[in-house]
Design a protein around this ligand. Sequence first.
Ligand code: PLP
Length: 360
Amino acid sequence: MKPVYNFSAGPSTLPADVLRQVQAELINYSESGMSVMELSHRSNLFEAIINEAELLIRELLSIPDNYKVLFLQGGASQQFAMVPLNLLIGSKQADYVLTGSWSKKAYNEAKKYGEVRIVGEDTINQIPKLTIDSFNPEADYVHITTNNTIEGTTFYQIPDTGDVPLVADMSSNILSTPIDVSKFGLIYAGAQKNIGPAGMTLVIIRDDLIGQAPQSVPTMLDYQTHATADSLYNTPPTFSIYVAKLVFEWLKGLGGLTEMEALNKHKAELLYNKLDQSLLFKSPIDKQDRSLMNVPFVSKAGDEALEAAFLEGAKERGFENLKGHRSVGGMRASIYNAMPYEGVLALVNYITEFEQNQII
Ligand code: PLP
């Protein structure tokens, strides 16, 4: 089989060492004679997995004791509803910073439940400069998307929202750099980029935000249900949690998130430097807002035929999923934690080769 580098935005590449371990343990987990997928979620073996996963993510992100870690289902998209159902309950006002397609989806969902205001309109493709005065002090919460997967922008400064809880969709940059969890009331992320296989959704929520949902909120959509049951109210996505635990161990083994951030910066710099010098391609994003995780790029001349030729050659060379999101076109290289430096280097070398062939 020819080697493949998978630049998918999600589900995305997993660390090769983790996949090898999954393979080795797949049909006989810990001498149980059963696959980890077959274990009861109430068994000692699975309880050890979920407890260890929680301890590891607490350590990696230095999560303070007054936060609960929940392993849920439904994807980040379900959080678009769970957040307002649980938190839009005081003034019934919330502020949403719209920086991309996913934040817009979160906003559209929240609008169903209260008075939701857009902060920093026209900020698709760039991160707005926000101060505490940008926000409604009466709001129940402020929502941001810390990394915009489709557009390729990132918040490098977390806005100060004062006493108003900050809620963040971190689906596409969680665990890529250290963060100060105490700046947030609630963090959520679908697993399928930097955490593990699709199926599990991570929620980190401050204690005081749990248990406020009105009676009418479905049991499964109430954070309290899952907090009380330590994420075992019903059958959790056991396999996804198991692989996530292995990914957390892999991250710890690398040296944690400070080391991961250094590796991510190294990879992203290589690609952005190439694009900034390229005669054919460019990054459409201002330097200060560029994502370390998702790197969209387009033909400088807007030449779609050239982009198609580039993508065709990429596929022949084993570079998978480089096509930009259908809403924006062009190319997008998602270079999450598990993408090795060699993968980005191979892509950069291909860009150089493609340019030389076009120019001759
Ligand atoms: N939020 C962001 C930033 C995303 O990148 C995605 C998926 O790519 C989602 C939300 C939706 O996630 P899910 O498919 O887990 O619902």
